[in-house]
Design a protein around this ligand. Structure first.
Ligand SMILES: [Mg+2]
Length: 159
């Protein structure tokens, strides 16, 4: 099985958000761990926090995470001034669709941004929304075995 994200970039800052805005995109759904913060850290990197604040002017921002640890999610929510949705069960699209319906938006309005092909990108593909694959926010400090597993998963990606 091959998965083709609409865009494949190294880091969040490489995404052409202006182009997404011009395409009529209104909602940016970000994966949590390794996409907007180092895995299990519960802390945004300052540059990510700054980027998200800036993007709030043009888009509805939300986190869509498969994480189901309520203490952890509570910690993330305390640091976020936008919706943080847990138990997303990506690549299933149910939770994503329910969220878009709740805010009165459609799949055409939305973009899903994440670091994992088999959960994030596949979820976006299943929902037929625009997808952007980013590399892990901590890619430079990850253990070799983690990088290897990521490399293996990315064998599913068609550029
Ligand atoms: Mg992730």
């Amino acid at each position: 099985m091959f998965i083709k994200p609409d865009y494949n970039v190294e880091k969040l800052e490489d995404i052409d958000f202006q182009a997404l805005k011009e395409q009529g995109k209104k909602v940016l759904l970000f994966d949590l761990d390794s996409t907007v913060m180092p895995s299990k850290s519960g802390e945004y990197l300052p540059k990510t926090k700054e980027l998200l604040q800036k993007l709030k002017k043009d888009f509805t921002i939300a986190i869509l995470s498969n994480n189901s640890n309520s203490d952890y999610i509570k910690k993330v929510r305390a640091k976020s001034d936008f919706a943080v949705i847990s138990h997303a069960k990506k690549p299933s699209t149910k939770v994503l669709r329910e969220y878009l319906t709740r805010i009165g938006k459609t799949t055409d309005d939305a973009v899903l941004i994440g670091d994992r092909p088999l959960t994030d990108i596949l979820c976006g593909k299943n929902a037929k929304i625009t997808t952007i694959l980013v590399d892990s926010v901590t890619k430079d400090t990850e253990h070799k075995i983690v990088r290897f597993v990521r490399w293996l998963e990315r064998l599913t990606i068609r550029k």
